[in-house]
Design a protein around this ligand. Structure first.
Ligand SMILES: *Cc1c(COP(=O)(O)O)cnc(C)c1O
Length: 435
């Protein structure tokens, strides 16, 4: 299958090129030429299939022409070494728990898949080294770093703002060693992202080394996020729920929700989506007004969604041919301030004993407010609440237990390279790494 750029200024590329490049040369995002519907038999039997089997069928629709079945199956099965259960939270509302992976956030799915797919292509090409640059406000860095740990031919540089990620998050990408280097930037998240962009623009750097991005613009990180929407439906079907399903997704860069929308275009019977924002309600305003006005983000307690210019908005616009009314038909919105997020965490904890993280809380709240009686709502619980221990403990006023997987990371020793927010600092460091 060929991939085109949302800016339509460059020619189509192969999957391999789209994955290795990340961003198209005209700065657009790559989109598959086709979104193939899955056959009726697939949906008829979906409840009998495992997470891995379902995901293989979804992956095959996108990648089947480009990767031999055996290899693709191995990549998918190896990526999904954990479950994504749908859990009933209260009447009509279910949580799709996406925090059972190695770094306890949904980004494990895209991060692990991309690492394996990139590794596969590099092996096929014969070991030209690729350098993955990733800017993180917390969760992306850990998922990408752990996904790529030990993958041959790939070096990963995680750029993060010094002092602005939680200790738990920091430990997940600064203690790994091997092919992972953590760059502690004296600046904020926007500075990190600007540094990564500057690196992709720098001619000398790109001549001397092969750089790629592992942010959700990369098709290999983005598309696999469709897998668990299908699996969620399979689980609902097992419970006898097959219609009026609303999926609510805590959204920042909109990669996750857009992957779900791709699922709907492949025939997944989801009635509509809701993209739940924190105070950075840029998409919400777009739905209300038809005007998209990106701006600098504000800091919130759901920090992985502190995004002022959601990168995957370009994919949504492309998919719906920029038709505002068509977008509003399929996607609703919501935006919540910190005190509303906190209130939802606290209330659900007190009433049902289910502990939300600040991101999932936005989505849960949107369902409480917008779900109709005949509908069933599923919100995506995108990270384990213990990843935001201090915030959650302040809200519920009792201790949050740290799962064993997270405790393991806490034992490691932090190792970072400190750089300034000036590009020269990053550039000289990268150049010094060439062997
Ligand atoms: C990254 C992240 C999000 C936002 O996902 P997008 O795909 O960028 O919209 C939501 N919740 C958590 C916990 C995250 O880490």
């Amino acid at each position: 299958m060929k991939y085109y750029s949302t800016n339509h200024k460059v020619s189509d590329v192969s999957l391999e090129e789209a994955v290795i490049k990340g961003l198209a040369p005209d700065k657009g995002l790559y989109m598959p030429k086709q979104i193939k519907p899955l056959p009726k038999e697939f949906f008829d039997n979906i409840e009998e299939m495992s997470f891995q089997e379902i995901s293989y069928h979804v992956a095959d629709a996108f990648f089947g022409e480009d990767i031999p079945a055996e290899d693709l199956r191995e990549i998918v099965y190896d990526t999904l070494s954990f479950d994504a259960p749908v859990v009933k939270v209260k009447k009509n509302i279910y949580s799709l728990e996406l925090f059972h992976g190695p770094t306890l956030a949904f980004k494990d799915v895209g991060g692990r898949f991309m690492a394996r797919l990139l590794g596969y292509f590099l092996k096929k090409r014969g070991n030209r080294e690729v350098n993955v640059l990733v800017a993180t406000s917390g969760d992306t860095g850990s998922a990408v770093a752990n996904g790529f740990l030990g993958v041959e031919g790939i070096k990963v540089y995680v750029l993060y703002p010094k002092g602005k990620v939680s200790e738990i998050q920091e430990k997940q990408f600064t203690t790994l060693g091997q092919n992972i280097t953590a760059l502690e930037v004296e600046g904020c998240f926007d500075d990190c992202q600007a540094l990564v962009k500057a690196a992709f623009m720098d001619e000398e750097l790109n001549e001397k080394m092969h750089l790629t991005s592992a942010n959700s613009i990369n098709i290999a990180r983005f598309l696999p996020q469709a897998f668990y929407y299908f699996y969620a439906y399979a689980q609902l079907k097992r419970m006898g729920i097959t219609k009026d399903i609303v999926m609510c997704v805590p959204s920042g860069n909109f990669g996750n929700v857009t992957a779900g929308i791709f699922g709907k275009h492949m025939g997944l019977p989801i009635k509509r989506f809701i993209a739940a924002n924190n105070a950075n309600g840029i998409f919400y305003e777009y739905l209300k007004t038809g005007v998209y006005s990106p701006r600098a983000s504000v800091c919130t307690i759901a920090n992985a969604m502190d995004v002022g210019a959601p990168s995957n908005f370009a994919r949504i616009m492309d998919l719906y041919k920029e038709e505002h009314s068509a977008i509003c038909n399929d996607i609703g919105g919501a935006t919540y301030k910190n005190d509303e997020i906190a209130e939802s965490v606290k209330t659900l904890w007190n009433e049902e004993g289910y502990l939300l993280d600040p991101h999932g809380a936005c989505a849960y709240r949107a369902l409480c407010e917008q779900l109709k009686d005949e509908e069933t709502g599923v919100f995506l619980e995108t990270a384990h609440p213990a990843k935001f221990k201090e915030t959650i403990e302040d809200i519920i006023e009792s201790p949050v237990a740290i799962p064993e997987k997270l405790q393991e990371f806490m034992k490691g020793k932090k190792e970072t390279v400190l750089i300034s927010k000036e590009f020269d600092s990053l550039k000289s460091l990268l150049l010094s790494q060439i062997e």
